[in-house]
Unconditional design. Structure first.
Length: 355
C-alpha cells in the first residue's frame, strides 16, 4: 500500500501570519488532498511539528487548521498518524503535555497522536514511529530502537552531523548509531531535504523562511511493498528573488510586463543591480503592488567604489553570505568562526531553535 508522509507543517508559523497560513492551507487544499484522492491513498503519517507554537495557540490559526485541514481527514476518510515533534510539546523534558493531544483527543476518529515510540502495522508492513526524544522518554526510546523488528523507522530526530539547513551541519544532538541497523530512516525536524547514510530528512512541504527560496519543496509517498520513496513536488512557492537592471530599457520593460498574479500574496526580494531610470523602477514597483505582492524588500548597493569581486550576491540566503564573507578572511580559525556565526545566526532566528 501507498502511504503519504508529511512533516513540519508548522501551522501558525511566523507569528501566526495569516499570509503564511493561507499558503500552507492552499497546499493542502489544492495539492495534497486532491493527490491523495487521485491516487487512492487513505493513510498519512506526519513526522512531527504539526503546530508551530509550543506554549499556546492562536485561535484564528486553530480555527483554519481545524476546519480546513484536520476535519478534511475525517470527511475524506483518511487516517492521519501524527508524531509529537519538539514544537508540539509544552515542556522540553516530556511529551506528555502537547498541543496535539489537547486539540485532537476525543474529537477526531481518524487522527491518532503518538507521544511515545510505537509500532504501526500497515497492511502487514511494520513501521517504528519515534516522536521527539526528551529526557523522560530517552531510555524507553533507546530500548525501542534496539529491539524494534521493523525495517523502517519514521521519527522526529535531532541528529548530530546532519544538515540543519543547506550547507550547515547540526553540531550536537544524538548520534545516528542507534539507527544504523535499519534499512531506512525517515525524519522530520530539520527543514531542508538531505540524505546521509540510511537517514533521509524529508524537508518541509512548503517554503517557510527566505532560506528556502531556492529549494524545491514537496511531500513524499512511501510504498510498503517496493519500499520506494517518491517525491511529489509542491507546484507553488512563497519566496521569489527578482534582479532589477535597467541598463537595457527593453529588457526592463519586458520584466515589468512579466509581473503577474503568480506573485500575489508572495514575498519578493528585489535585488537592484543597476538603477538609472527611476521612472522605470517606479513602474516596476507599481506593478508589484498592483498584483498584491505581500512583502517587497528592495536591496540596493549604493557603494560605487566596491570592486566587482567583492560584491555580495544578495539573492543568497543570510548564512551563505556570512560563510562566503568568512572564507575571504585570512589568518583565522575558520571552522571556529563559522561555528560561532552559525550559533549566533540560529539564536537570532528564534530563541527556540527554528526546526
Ligand atoms: Mn520543525
Amino acid at each position: 500500500m501507498k502511504v503519504a508522509i508529511i512533516n513540519d507543517t508548522h501551522f501558525g508559523a511566523r507569528n501566526d501570519s495569516p499570509v503564511f497560513l493561507d499558503h500552507f492551507i492552499s497546499f493542502f487544499e489544492n495539492q495534497f488532498f486532491p493527490y491523495l484522492k487521485d491516487n487512492n491513498i487513505d493513510t498519512v503519517i506526519h513526522l512531527g511539528d504539526f503546530f508551530d507554537r509550543r506554549k499556546f495557540i492562536n485561535f484564528n490559526t486553530l480555527n483554519k487548521t481545524r476546519s480546513r485541514v484536520m476535519e478534511r481527514f475525517e470527511t475524506e476518510g483518511i487516517d492521519l498518524h501524527v508524531l509529537v515533534g519538539n514544537h508540539d510539546t509544552y515542556y522540553k523534558n516530556t511529551n506528555k503535555i502537547n498541543s496535539l493531544k489537547e486539540i485532537v483527543k476525543d474529537r477526531y476518529s481518524k487522527i491518532t497522536v503518538y507521544e511515545d515510540p510505537q509500532v504501526l502495522e500497515l497492511d502487514g508492513f511494520c513501521v517504528g514511529l519515534v516522536p521527539w526524544i526528551n529526557s523522560e522518554n530517552h531510555d524507553f526510546t533507546m530500548d525501542f530502537l534496539n529491539t524494534c523488528k521493523c525495517s523502517v523507522i519514521m521519527g522526529h530526530f535531532e541528529l548530530n552531523g546532519y544538515e540543519v539547513m543547506k550547507g550547515v551541519k547540526f553540531d550536537g544532538g544524538m548520534s545516528d548509531k542507534c539507527l544504523r541497523r535499519f534499512e531506512m530512516v525517515l525524519s522530520g525536524h530539520f527543514h531542508g531535504k538531505s540524505e546521509k547514510n540510511n537517514v533521509i530528512y524529508l524537508g518541509t512541504q512548503y517554503q517557510i523562511t527566505f532560506g528556502d527560496v531556492h529549494e524545491q519543496k514537496g511531500f513524499h509517498v512511501f510504498d510498503t511493498e517496493t519500499r520506494d520513496l517518491e517525491f511529489v513536488a509542491n507546484q507553488d512557492q512563497m519566496f521569489y528573488t527578482i534582479e532589477y537592471n535597467d541598463t537595457d530599457e527593453k529588457s526592463v520593460k519586458s520584466l515589468i510586463n512579466s509581473v503577474n498574479e503568480t506573485l500575489s500574496d508572495k514575498y519578493v526580494k528585489v535585488v537592484v543591480l543597476n538603477k538609472n531610470k527611476h521612472h522605470l523602477f517606479d513602474a516596476f514597483l507599481e506593478k508589484l503592488y498592483e498584483v498584491n505582492v505581500s512583502d517587497i524588500s528592495v536591496i540596493e548597493d549604493f557603494n560605487d567604489e566596491v570592486q566587482d569581486e567583492e560584491k555580495l550576491d544578495l539573492a543568497q540566503d543570510t548564512l551563505t553570505i556570512i560563510n562566503t564573507e568568512l572564507e575571504n578572511l585570512e589568518d583565522i580559525d575558520l571552522d571556529e568562526l563559522k561555528r560561532i556565526m552559525r550559533t549566533l545566526y540560529m539564536e537570532s532566528l528564534s530563541n527556540d531553535r527554528d526546526s
